[in-house]
Design a protein. Sequence first.
Length: 502
Amino acid sequence: MLRPADLGSLLASGTLTVGVFARPQVFIQPTGSEIIPAGMAAEAAPGQIIESNGAILAGMVEECGGVPTLRNVVPDKYDSIKDALREGVESSADVVLINAGSSAGSEDYTAAVIAELGEVLTHGVAMMPGKPVILGVVRGKPVVGIPGYPVSAIMAFEQFVRPLLYSLQGSQSPVFATVSAILGRKLPSKLGLEEFIRVILGRVDDRLVAMPIQRGAGIITSLTRADGILQVPQEQEGVDEGSEVEVRLLRSKEQLDCTLIMIGSHDNTIDLIANELKGRDSRIHLSSSNVGSLGGLMALRRRQAHFAGSHLLDTQTGEYNYSYVERYLKGTPVRLVQLAMREQGLLVGKTNPKGINGIEDLLRPDVVFINRQAGSGTRVLFDYCLHQRGLPAKDINGYDQEEFTHMSIAVSVLSGRADAGMAIYSSAKALDLGFIPIGEERYDLVIAESAWPDFKMRTALDIIASDSFRDMVSSMGGYEVSNSGRIMGIWDGEKWVERFAG
């Protein structure tokens, strides 16, 4: 890349022409019968997917100095993909990318088409996500079959296409910035596969902590939420909690010092807090990991988070969170701050096609349920409701099928994967689903005493207590926010210094 100073030096020396490497041209062909252009999003039918990988790949090509040509989607038909590949090879492009159709499904034709027109060098590599990638050559031109899942597509591009594009420009791929961090929890991985794990990063008590977030090759938000990527070598079977690990940064090092780490129960208001923090102080970033209320308390105990979200019901007293703090946070001073009271219930289809009227109906053989993960406050509440009614969990079809957020429950019901699931009302309202109320609960933020005076935490608390925030939360539905920001208890690690009813 000729820098401005290079151009000036050449001109000053009287050099008016110089040989350079051309920017590589990249032909990008999305495929998929279920894929529709973004302009048709409003008309999307159930099962159709808006084309987004093409835009991702085009942007990544530009980041590498290349020039992308993004084609219209072609259907999952052998001849259509063959014609598109032939067009790409005959074009002026230096590299051809075929997106999707690289797995071993009945309509995944990319490998066969490349083999007919040229040569498949490899189909499948020892990495995850990105395992189904295809590397081939047609008439001397590199052809890469990029997996269809978004995270797989990005990882495959970074590992194989990125170095190729820089090589075509006569240079090496720039090295990604990395940091050393302490792994917050044990991380299993598959022996024989190089794994790329998305993590959130933040400095807690002078330690840089890395917490893995939800995996899944199709979860693009796991990358938008991630602060870094941890690469686990294929000869290694997992990484132990507390290990020092090298993490590739997706944000600047400077931003890590201004990052709040929230681990625990999921609530839709956490995203509101993150957005408002950016508005108040653009330096502050909120990273969250949804592992359930109990997981959040354990993270506080291990000094892996600044605060946790919790709504753990004590079935003996009917109170929320106090007894769990006493049980799990001995030696860990914290403060409880109420975020909101919120309504929990059963999410069902908009017209409630199965005629579900209450928890008892979940035992019907024609009803499929989707559950929250063990350790979440919603799971504790649901199990308590079953116990109260004398209903056996084993008779519920889907009780063992788990999701980690309220919105994931809502999506499962909306898609028809499940007929019902327990979640908060705001998630039902967001996706226009039916809702059967079960009860109201208190959702608290459990804040480490060491984080309490930090300017990042103080800014978040100011937001929570503001009228504008309360108005936004109320508009989501199913929340009561009159006590948002109120301190509900101060725990010194051994006893309650203050504790308030409510």
